[in-house]
Design a protein around this ligand. Structure first.
Ligand code: FE2
Length: 235
């Protein structure tokens, strides 16, 4: 998966490689946030339908982020804390701020949704939520850049491929089929074809056949038919 140099050891049927935990999911999150920021820029805040659509989208992202941060803290941070004392604490305090920002945005959108449709202050109130959302995006981009450009490299250097793989397998095993599908969809839509192929090949090597069939079906749904047939031919 997203190679950092192949290593001469084997795990089951797949070659053990150093797994960068953050890149695929963060690419998916960036893609999602950029799309959401565009949607918000085009939204008419006087329209209850537009506001409702934003609420639903951001609610989905909030649930995703809570779960994503929990997996980082539960599975990655214990090892990170052994390597860099105190580092997880700093990241976890940012996670709390990220959750609080999203809760503020959701509360504001709910307030707008509950105001009378067409109320004269809605456009200006919506503009404030738009600006706050973009400030959140800027903060979140810095957070995941730190994790990906700093923490990920620390882990790649300090851990063996087997250690990284064992943790990755624990993260996979801890996810329900619904969580796996949702995370796969998030990743697939943000990564390029070689990365998607690596991801699906790794899943094929690590998951029981029935679970992989679910992943495969979800991947197919997340791609346009042309992209799927191009990748499926190489799986
Ligand atoms: Fe994080």
């Amino acid at each position: 998966m997203l190679l950092n140099g192949k290593l001469p050891s084997a795990f089951g049927e797949i070659l053990v490689e150093k797994i960068p935990y953050y890149t695929p999911i963060h690419k998916g999150q960036r893609r999602w946030l950029f799309d959401f920021a565009k949607q918000m820029g085009r939204s008419d805040f006087s329209s209850r339908g537009d506001v409702e659509a934003l609420l639903q989208g951001l609610g989905y992202f909030y649930d995703h982020i809570k779960e994503h941060a929990e997996f980082e803290e539960r599975f990655i941070h214990p090892r990170l804390g052994e390597v860099v004392p105190g580092c997880p604490r700093a990241i976890e305090s940012e996670h709390k701020a990220i959750h609080a920002d999203l809760e503020d945005l959701l509360r504001s959108l709910e307030r707008l949704r509950n105001m009378p449709e067409g109320h004269p202050t809605l456009p200006q109130l919506g503009q404030e939520v738009y600006l706050a959302t973009n400030r959140f995006v800027a903060f979140y981009l810095r957070h995941i850049d730190y994790e990906e450009d700093h923490v990920q490299n620390i882990l790649l250097n300090a851990c063996t491929a087997d250690e990284l793989l064992a943790t990755f397998r624990s993260i996979l095993a801890a996810q329900s089929p619904k969580q796996l599908s949702s995370n796969l969809r998030m990743m697939i839509q943000g990564i390029n074809d070689p990365e998607a192929l690596e991801l699906l090949s790794s899943a094929k090597g690590m998951l029981p056949p029935q679970a992989f069939e679910g992943v495969r079906a979800e991947a197919e749904k997340a791609m346009n038919p042309e992209r799927w047939s191009r990748l499926a031919a190489r799986l």
